[in-house]
Design a protein around this ligand. Structure first.
Ligand code: CAA
Length: 258
């Protein structure tokens, strides 16, 4: 497996974990880390033996945002010409389910990275926020869009305009995260979710993720049509035949991911 400088990639059965590993900078997302996360995730995404990917940080910080020290000296021209942050769009295009396991700070780009993921699991110590306004900028990795879709306009405006940080409990009440667990069991919980998803039929999982994501991009009528056609398409899968046969025979399914 490729070795990286800012992340650690591990495999366990049909799952993988990407651990952000810049502890001295609270996992601030510099360019090198971004390139490595995207490279690791796209490589794992192309591997049919990987059915789910967990992205996590340390107990103290999932990620404290984009690297302010790296950005400080950049001009508008630098940012525009390099299309700063655009590589993260390749992470959003990954078809394998991404599970963010968040402990400690998930601020700015850290919160945005978590929101690129499909399922957010937070430890009870997690703190979410978009403090970019306090630096005289605005979110740049999709925060103004994904946060608003996740928790609604009033709360997104509150966070983005004041830069305030919310607790894991408030994030759960707002619908930003799906579960809050004690810090000590965060990784075990995320691994359990990842293994559960990875046991399912991979093409059915891709189709389900695609259908849910389509709801962000389309009207209800278009989204329902997309879902219906995708549902019909699952009838071409060997795994669909196996799943329904196993149900009628009262036994667990043996999916082949075809
Ligand atoms: N970029 C670069 N370095 C960072 C960083 C960041 N986003 N966040 C923390 N660090 C560094 C600190 O500079 C410090 O390094 P030194 O020891 O060399 O001084 C180290 O990490 C530890 O941080 P603190 O000493 O500040 O730790 P703390 O416990 O006192 O505070 C914190 C923790 C509240 C998270 C604080 O570090 C903080 O406010 N960080 C910045 C948060 C932020 O504004 N994030 C948004 C960034 S902009 C962005 O993300 C744009 C976008 O939309 C993509």
């Amino acid at each position: 497996m490729t070795s990286y400088e800012n992340i650690i990639v591990t495999r366990d059965r049909r799952t993988a974990t990407i651990t952000l590993n810049r502890p001295k900078a609270l996992n601030a997302l510099n360019e090198a880390l971004m390139v490595e996360v995207v490279e690791a995730a796209t490589t794992l995404d192309a591997d049919r033996s990987v059915g789910a990917i967990v992205i996590t940080g340390s107990e103290r910080a999932f990620a404290a945002g984009a690297d302010i020290k790296e950005m400080a000296a950049q001009s508008y021209q630098d940012m525009y010409l390099s299309d700063w942050f655009t590589a993260w769009d390749r992470l959003a295009a990954v078809r394998t389910p991404l599970i963010a396991a968040v402990s400690g700070y998930a601020l700015g780009g850290g919160c945005e990275l978590a929101m690129i993921c499909d399922i957010l699991i937070a430890s009870d110590t997690a703190k979410f926020g978009q403090p970019e306004i306090t630096l005289g900028v605005i979110p740049g990795i999709g925060g103004s869009q994904r946060l608003t879709r996740a928790i609604g306009k009033a709360k997104a405006m509150d966070l983005i305009l004041t830069g305030r940080t919310i607790s894991a409990d408030e994030a759960e009440r707002a619908g930003l995260v799906s579960r809050v667990v004690p810090a000590a069991s965060l990784l075990a919980e995320a691994a359990e979710v990842a293994h559960k998803i990875a046991e399912m039929s991979l093409p059915a999982v891709y189709a389900a993720k695609e259908a849910v994501n389509r709801s962000f991009e389309s009207t209800l009528t278009e989204g329902i049509l997309f879902e219906r056609r995708t549902f019909h398409a699952t009838f071409a899968l060997d795994d669909r035949t196996e799943g329904m046969t196993a149900f009628t025979e009262k036994r667990p399914p043996k999916f082949t991911h075809h």
